[in-house]
Structures are given as C-alpha cells and as structure tokens.
Design a protein around this ligand. Sequence first.
Ligand code: HEC
Ligand code: HEC
Length: 293
Amino acid sequence: MKSRLTLVLLIGLVLGAGSYWLFALPTVEARGLPQSADAIARGEYLVTAGGCLSCHKGQQSEDDMSLSGGLALATEFGTFYAPNITPDAETGIGNWSGQDFLLALKHGRSPDGSFYYPAFPYRSYAGLTDRDVLAMAAYLMTLEPVVNSVPEAETPAWLNRWAMAGWNRLADFRQGEVEDFNDEQIARGAYLARHLGHCGECHTPRDSLGIPDSSREFAGATLGDEVIEAIDAEHLADWTFNNFDLFLLLGMKPDGEFVGGDMNEVIEYNTSKLSDADRDAMAAFFTRHNSGD
Ligand code: HEC
Ligand code: HEC
C-alpha cells in the first residue's frame, strides 16, 4: 500500500514537473514601452525590416496599408489568420504591455498564456533583442486603432494550440546549430537575415513536422507545391556583393530577371526599405563566400 502511494506520488511529481517544463510561461523582464520619439522611429523602421506588413496587412481594400490583419495563410497544417496588431483595445493589441510583446514575439505565447502557431514566425523573431521588440511595440502603439476581429485558426482535429508546447520543445532539440560571426557587418547581416527578415522561414528546409533544419540553413524548401530556391553559398556561388545588394533593393537577379511570387512582397515591403548600411550588411552576410569582390 505504502509503495503504491509512493508510486502514485512519484508519477504525480513527474507529470507535474513535465507539464511545468512544457507549459510554464518563460520569464521575461517586465518593462514598460519606450516613449521617446527616437525609439518610436526606430520601431517603425524595425517593423518595416521585419516584414510584418506581408502578413498583417489590412484586408479592407487593396490599398489598406494598416496592420489590422485578416489575411488567411493557407498551409499544409491548416489556415491561419494574421491578427489585428493595431492598438484597438478590443480586437487588437491596445492593452498589451511590454512583457506581452516580448512573450509573443520571442516565445510564441499570448497574454493569456496560450500558444501561437508557428505560422507566426516567432521562432525567427526569438533572436531579436528585447530593445528591438520593445521599440517595435512602442511604434505599433502609435498607430491608428482599427476595429477588426479575425477568425480563429482552422486546423485539423489533432492539431491544437497546446500541442505547440511539445512542438516548441522538439524544435529546440532538433533545429541544429548555426554559425556565429565575429565580423561586425556580417554579424549584423546575419541578425537581419535570420531574425528580423526571417528569410529562413521560407528558404530553410523543414521536416515532416514543419521544424526547420538549421544545419541546412537557406538550402531551399518547398511550400505547398511551390519550390523555393536555395540562397546558401552553393546556390549563390556566382553572386557578388553588388549583385545581392541590387537584388535586395530592386528584386533583380544577376541575369537581369526579376524575382516573382511571395518574394516580391519581401522586396517591396521590407528589403527595399532597408537603410544602405543594413542592406550592405545583409549582402555581405549572404555573399561572404565571395569576400574579395
Ligand atoms: C509569415 C506571416 C507573419 C509575419 C511576417 C508576422 N506575423 Fe505576426 N502573426 C502571424 C500569425 C498567423 C499570427 C497568429 C498566430 C496564431 O493564430 O496562433 C500572428 C500573431 C502576432 C501577434 C499576436 C497578436 C494577438 O492578437 O494575439 C503579434 C503581436 C504579432 N503577430 C506581431 C508581429 C510583428 C510585430 C511582426 C513583424 C516583426 C509580425 N507579427 C510578423 C503571422 C505573421
Ligand atoms: C514568404 C516567403 C519568403 C521569405 C520570407 C523570403 N523569401 Fe526569398 N524567395 C521566396 C520565393 C517564393 C522565391 C522564388 C520567387 C520566384 O519564383 O521568382 C524567392 C527567391 C529568392 C531569391 C532568388 C533566388 C534565385 O536564384 O532566383 C533570393 C536571393 C531570395 N529569395 C532571398 C531572400 C532573402 C534575403 C530573404 C530575407 C530577407 C528572403 N528571400 C525571404 C520566398 C521568400
């Protein structure tokens, strides 16, 4: 009897510890949003460089450039709707604290503790500095609030938000290491490409659970039936720094052809608006195998 009780207690303890490990909210520092005009301007730039508009663009009309959301992202795991990230208190992020933004963008957790689906590229944004996330949040809070509720995600019965607890742990475990850089410009380019620009969300191959394989970073992928080119050293062997720089600005490849598909929006909303220094940094990162040109 006693040993059975011990066993029950032990199982309880293991399950308790396990679910704590899976479901506990990560600790982020509780911080207010920066208020300075400088921080807000930096936030605006970062929201642009982060490509938030590609997904969160308002859908009220063709030229709705608000971040009021509603776009349906159809994937093999279901259809996900980009939420309203304008500061409307009811339907947007009007009541969010700095902590809420850090939890969402860097940990994929909502203010009520539930999990986001990785259709929101929070695993890429996880590498952002807190300072950058809070500047983006400060800028979002200055936008015109728009009232717009977006539909709940439509997923197959086996896939729910809580399952993302396990998925995140598995992804931590499986995703593999990437190289770090000492060169300041290349390190900045890596930060922009890997985190803010989330280039790997489309260009890095994934396994059957949708976990990106960082050991084959930028080695190309398939998204539905669309084949997305590799943008690794092997594929870009002939691209010079200037080729890549021009590509980020205009979407033109070395052979004079213009890129199409979803990449068009990446160029239009994001990379063409980078500062010269940041565009150069990204070009330096992607063409580092050709340094010398
Ligand atoms: C590839 C598409 C995509 C991009 C790019 C993207 N998001 Fe999202 N975002 C989503 C989706 C989809 C969700 C909702 C996920 C879900 O339903 O679990 C989301 C959720 C959010 C939320 C939570 C909102 C809420 O009401 O709970 C915030 C905040 C957010 N995104 C901010 C940003 C910011 C800031 C950027 C740019 C730095 C950005 N997102 C870029 C697709 C995207
Ligand atoms: C939303 C998905 C998506 C994201 C995010 C994305 N790309 Fe792409 N990219 C594509 C698609 C799709 C193509 C192929 C377009 C076509 O068919 O012309 C492409 C093509 C390219 C090409 C041309 C390759 C070739 O040889 O033709 C380059 C270079 C490139 N992307 C770089 C980047 C960089 C750098 C980033 C990050 C700033 C990025 N991409 C982010 C989807 C994406």
